[in-house]
Design a protein around this ligand. Structure first.
Ligand code: ADP
Ligand code: MG
Length: 367
């Protein structure tokens, strides 16, 4: 006789880093993320009583009815309940129920999208138990709705897309207008390079209001230019000259130049010239710091120290107002970069940053 142990399914989903292309997704633009080796794993066992329970490390266990609606479950359980809610809406009936055991190696709250990693792994596990499949493009939109509507965090589509659709050894060239992903080979080892993710533990400040105000500025710019989104702008120079308000112009300039940097990085990666992406990454950081004004001093300090110590390029990743830095580094410069970012933090009286060496890894799937 089959036991519930036999019917257990294990699914996992990675965290993600965006190499270049931030604040472009909600402007129907381009991004170039990849999946991290760090993952969230969900062991799911079926229940038939319309309840879901979830456990994750030391966090308090959560339990709720699969007919849950937004607002009912708060705290970390909201990420799980949000997914159950949105899948029930999508399928047209609540799920049967499940017991979920969650473990994760994705650092939390550091801008590596532990929340979407959790949601994507839970979504796949719940669909797996239900014997249902949803195309990845659609699943990314459902997970976005769970986080926006149930958790109450405004996010674009970049994270879920990177997590669900990335391939090992590749960057994911994402077009947020057409919802297409093109895998672009990225064999760093072959050219003596590596990627570091450096988390300075910079507190996220004013996130909700600042994110909303940036989105509004982008929408205002598009409206003034008479286009549906900044993606539709062909002549960047003319568009910027036509925007009278300095702040609106700078916000738009970030998005417009960032789209071009993504396209340029994709061209370089296709040609195998990965080192040449470095200066574009650093230019992207300057654009966020000066034009989009979504960086913070702890993050700027890491970018400066890393590039001075030999990184070919470094930038804040994942939307900003704090969070992690991604740096493209020659193997020989890994230790100097580690030391430089630690020394810079000490000199500023800040805690030492965490440094992870990462490689583009596989997207979400069944283990
Ligand atoms: P991040 O940039 O890591 O996505 P968020 O603030 O968006 O940061 O999400 C972090 C939150 O997601 C945590 O505070 C927690 O509520 C939830 N979360 C992420 N991973 C897990 C996990 N493995 N188990 C339980 N909750 C998690
Ligand atoms: Mg998140």
């Amino acid at each position: 006789m089959a036991t519930s142990q036999d019917r257990a399914q294990t699914w996992s989903a990675p965290g993600r880093v965006n190499l270049v292309g931030d604040h472009t997704d909600y402007n129907a633009g381009f991004a170039l993320p990849f999946a991290l080796p760090q993952r969230t794993t969900v062991v799911a066992r079926p229940r038939t009583d319309g309840r879901i329970t979830a456990r994750s490390g030391d966090l308090p266990e959560v339990g709720f009815a699969t007919s849950t609606t937004p607002g009912e479950v708060t705290g970390w359980g909201a990420y799980v309940a949000g997914v159950a809610w949105v899948l029930g809406e999508h399928l047209g009936h609540p799920l049967d129920g499940a017991d979920l055991e969650i473990s994760s190696t994705v650092p939390r709250g550091g801008g590596l999208s532990s929340s979407h990693s959790l949601e994507c792994a839970v979504a796949l596990a719940l669909l797996g138990l239900a014997g249902e499949e949803v195309p990845v493009e659609e699943l990314a939109l459902l997970v976005q709705r769970a986080e926006n509507t149930y958790v109450g965090a405004p996010t674009g589509l970049l994270d879920q897309t990177a997590i669900l659709r990335s391939r090992a050894g590749h960057l994911s060239f994402f077009d947020a207008r057409d919802l297409t992903v093109e895998p672009v080979p990225c064999d760093l080892e072959a050219v003596g390079l590596t990627l570091l993710v450096i988390d300075p533990h910079a507190p996220h400040t004013l996130v909700d209001g600042a994110y909303a105000s940036r989105r509004e500025a982008c929408e205002r710019a598009a409206r003034e230019l008479g286009v549906d989104s900044l993606r539709e702008v062909d002549d960047v120079g003319a568009a910027l000259a036509a925007l009278a308000d300095d702040e609106t112009r700078r916000r738009a300039r970030h998005v417009l130049t960032e789209n071009q940097r993504v396209l340029d990085c994709v061209d370089l990666a296709r040609r195998g010239d990965l080192a040449a992406m470095g200066p574009l990454m650093t230019a992207s950081h300057a654009s966020m710091r000066d034009d989009f004004e979504n960086s913070v001093p702890d993050v700027d300090r890491v970018v400066e120290a890393a590039t001075r110590a030999g990184a070919l390029g470094a930038r804040m990743t994942g939307g900003g107002f704090g969070g992690a830095v991604v740096a493209l580094v020659p193997r020989a410069a890994v230790e100097p970069v580690r030391e430089a970012v630690a020394a810079a933090a000490t000199a500023a009286g800040s805690p030492a940053p965490d440094v992870l060496e990462v490689t583009p890894s596989r997207g979400a799937g069944r283990d």
